[in-house]
Every structure is written in structure tokens, then in C-alpha cells.
Design a binder for this molecule. Structure first.
Ligand code: AMP
Length: 396
């Protein structure tokens, strides 16, 4: 069966068509600038890339152009829409309502809508993607896969904040965690690699990309994670501050003479390694600047690694031990220097870095020496494949 995986943002739509038997990506692409002008980049497997600037006033038009591209005589990969057996939608926030993926129906859509104020930028866009696909493929079964669902197994002691309890009851104020599809996918693979599937296990997954989070996974279940009520919390990221003293929001609003909304925008978009370095949010640029002697770029890299090492340490404490650690996502898979900087903090675990293995990028590999007590791996994440697998499991 072919599964159409859709990841809808407010002005973008990323998609992949995956053959679920072979797990091969038969086409993938991106619609950008939806509602502005519109640009489609379509990459069919084995065929030339196709680009179009046809207008995309809304998401329905974008989905329709993608479906046309998929079925086109020249750059298409299927004959007609009946060859799409199911659609898997990435949904950012499932609140406490969704602890796993679900088949989409009207009730599910209403429940996702009820989570909108927990993710006001993302969930409405995800819902638009669902309704656009439903309008064009009314008979095709669809599944919602939530970024938050994997973390619903966290215990109360991990997910509650030290705030009046009524805020949890009345407003659902709690830690939710994100990147759940990636943490689930990578932790499952890690358990296979260390031969502990269905056995007691303690592992930590470091999803380090432009957005970054670290998750403690005990016996296959998320027991704590570094992102919080929103994806702003935890690690220092590309442009996000990560955890800061909450009193700073008021202090900065007063000093900068801006609203709280604007302070939050600064914390989301102008902070992190970009704000610290003044160079870039991209770790390749940071590394290059640091090599050229830029002290703020060096500080940004050191702060990123230090914070990551602190979270790893705190999750070793939470689980009272760790069997294995995985690095994934753009930085975790590719940035040799940052991996080493983090690993340099981990010798207390009986871990030693295999420098030769760590010199690899983007491939699954063990980077701990064979004698290390704690195994450390690089495991490429694949959120689209994870969504396709979940979809197939519910539909198949
Ligand atoms: P993501 O959000 O997972 O796409 O990750 C983006 C981050 O990954 C950026 O900071 C990139 O610098 C980093 N990254 C991606 N590819 C490479 C690479 N080949 N070498 C070093 N860093 C990389």
C-alpha cells in the first residue's frame, strides 16, 4: 500500500509518498509560501525534479497540486489517487486526549480542535491539512500521528510544574514534550541494537536539530523529556532560548519596553545559539566561525553541549542508570564536533568515545568503544517513515 504522509505548517506542506511494503519513498516534496504566492518542489524517485510556481491561495489548492504532481504523466509516480491507500497526518499537539495515533473521524477532528490553544501556530495548520485531504480524497482512510503522544506515559512527578495544581486542572498546564514520533522511532531502533526489545531497559534519546529535545525512555516508554508545555523549554536551540529563569520575561519586557508576546517571540526566534553567537542558528556556520576564532560562536557551542550533557545526567539520575544513548536529527546525526563535546562529559558513565566511528555522518553507527559500559549510537531519525508505519498499523 502507498501511504501519503502530510506535514502541514501555517504556510507550508511537506509530503512523502511511501510504499509501505518496501518502505521506499516513491516521491517527496514541499509546498512553500501557501497563501502568499506558492512554490511546489516535487521529487519523484527515479525521475527529474519538478518545480512549479502555480498560485497556492490556500492549503486545499496546495494539496490538489501535489496530488496532480503525483499522478502526472511525466513526473508522476502513480496512475491515479486510488493508488494511495491511506494518509498519515503529523499533528503537533494531542494534549492529554491522545496517547497514541488514531484513525481520523469527525470526533477526532473536534478533539484536535480542542487542543488548538495549546499549539495555536501549529494545530490549526495541521487541521487545515486534514480537511484539504478529506475534501480531495473523501474515501481514503486517514490517521493522525501526534508529536506529543509518545510522552503521555510520563509520570505526574515529571510532567507537573511547581505551580498551583488548579492550573493543571483548569488550563491543562503541564509538560507535554514534543518530537515524540522521532523519540519513539529512535528509541525502538536503539532497543533493537542493544538487544533489549521487551526487556527492562533505560535509554536516552538526544534529538538535536534546529529544535532539540532529549528524552528518557524506560522499558520503551517516555518517562521524561526536556521540552515542556511548549517546544521553547529545555535545551538551548537554533533560535530558541530553552529553559531560562521565568522572571526574566518580566525583566526583559520592562527593559526593552515590549509586550510579553514580544518577549516570547524573542525567546523563540532571536535567542538560542543564534542570539548568543550573533552568527547563525546553523551549527555548520557556528563551527566555522568558532574555528576562525569567534569567541561568541565558541561560547554558543559550549553552552549547547553543556546543557545537553546536563539533561543526559539528570535523566541518568531519573532512571537510576542508563544502558544506551542515541544521537539523532540534523546535529545529532551529522555534527561530529558537537557529539564529541557532549560525549566528553560522559566518562563517568563508563563510556569512551570511538573517535574513528564518530567521524561518520548521517549513518547508523555505534560511537562508543566496545569496552564502554554505556553504548552510544548515532541513529538517523525518519519521522515520515514512522508516521507511515503508524498509519499502516491502524489502517492495514
Ligand atoms: P534539523 O532541524 O534536524 O534539520 O537540523 C538542522 C541542524 O543540523 C543545523 O544546525 C545544521 O547545521 C545541522 N546539520 C545538518 N546537516 C549537517 C552536516 N552535514 N554537518 C553538520 N551539521 C549539519
Amino acid at each position: 500500500m502507498n501511504v501519503f504522509v502530510v506535514n502541514c505548517g501555517s504556510s507550508s506542506l511537506k509530503y512523502q509518498l511511501i510504499n509501505s511494503d518496501t518502505e521506499e519513498v516513491i516521491a517527496k516534496g514541499l509546498c512553500e509560501r501557501i497563501g502568499i504566492d506558492g512554490k511546489l518542489t516535487h521529487n519523484p524517485k527515479g525521475l527529474d525534479k519538478y518545480e512549479s510556481s502555480e498560485a497556492m491561495p490556500d492549503h486545499k489548492t496546495a494539496v490538489s497540486l501535489v496530488l496532480e504532481a503525483l499522478t502526472d504523466k511525466e513526473h508522476g509516480v502513480i496512475n491515479d489517487l486510488s493508488e494511495i491507500g491511506a494518509v498519515g497526518h503529523r499533528i503537533v499537539h494531542g494534549g492529554e486526549k491522545f496517547a497514541k495515533s488514531v484513525v481520523i473521524n469527525d470526533e477526532v477532528i473536534s478533539a484536535i480542535e480542542e487542543c488548538n490553544d495549546l499549539a495555536p501556530l501549529h494545530n490549526p495548520a495541521n487541521l487545515i491539512g486534514i480537511s484539504a485531504c478529506r475534501a480531495l480524497m473523501p474515501e481514503t482512510p486517514m490517521v493522525a500521528v501526534f508529536d506529543t503522544a509518545f510522552h503521555q506515559t510520563m509520570p505526574k512527578k515529571a510532567f507537573l510544574y511547581g505551580l498551583p495544581y488548579e492550573y493543571y486542572e483548569d488550563y491543562k498546564v503541564r509538560k507535554y514534550g514534543f518530537h515524540g514520533t522521532s523519540h519513539s522511532f529512535v528509541s525502538k531502533r536503539l532497543l533493537e541494537l542493544i538487544d533489549k526489545v521487551n526487556e527492562p531497559s533505560k535509554v536516552i534519546v538526544c534529538h538535536l536539530g534546529n529544535g532539540s529535545s532529549i528524552t528518557a525512555v524506560k522499558d520503551g516508554k517516555s518517562v521524561d523529556t526536556s521540552m515542556g508545555f511548549t517546544p521553547l523549554d529545555g535545551l538551548i536551540m537554533g533560535t530558541r532560548s530553552g529553559s531560562i529563569d521565568p522572571a526574566l520575561t518580566q525583566f526583559l519586557a520592562a527593559k526593552l519596553q515590549v509586550s510579553l508576546d514580544e518577549v516570547i517571540t524573542i525567546l523563540n526566534k532571536k535567542s538560542g545559539v543564534e542570539g548568543i553567537s550573533g552568527v547563525s542558528s546553523d551549527f555548520r556556520d557556528l563551527e566555522a566561525a568558532s574555528k576562525d576564532g569567534n569567541e561568541r560562536a565558541t561560547a554558543a557551542l559550549e553552552m549547547f553541549a553543556y546543557r545537553a550533557a546536563q539533561y543526559i545526567g539528570s535523566y541518568v539520575a531519573s532512571m537510576n542508570g542508563v544502558d544506551a544513548i542515541a544521537f539523532t536529527a540534523g546535529i545529532g546525526e551529522n555534527n561530529i564536533t558537537v557529539r564529541k563535546m557532549i560525549c566528553d562529559y560522559l566518562s563517568y558513565l563508563g563510556f569512551e568515545l570511538d573517535e574513528k566511528a564518530n567521524a561518520n555522518r548521517g549513518e547508523e553507527i555505534m560511537i562508543s568503544t566496545p569496552d564502554s559500559r554505556v553504548k552510544v549510537y548515532v541513529i538517523p531519525t525518519n519521522e515520515e517513515l514512522a508516521i507511515a508505519r503508524e498509519t499502516l498499523e491502524l489502517i492495514g
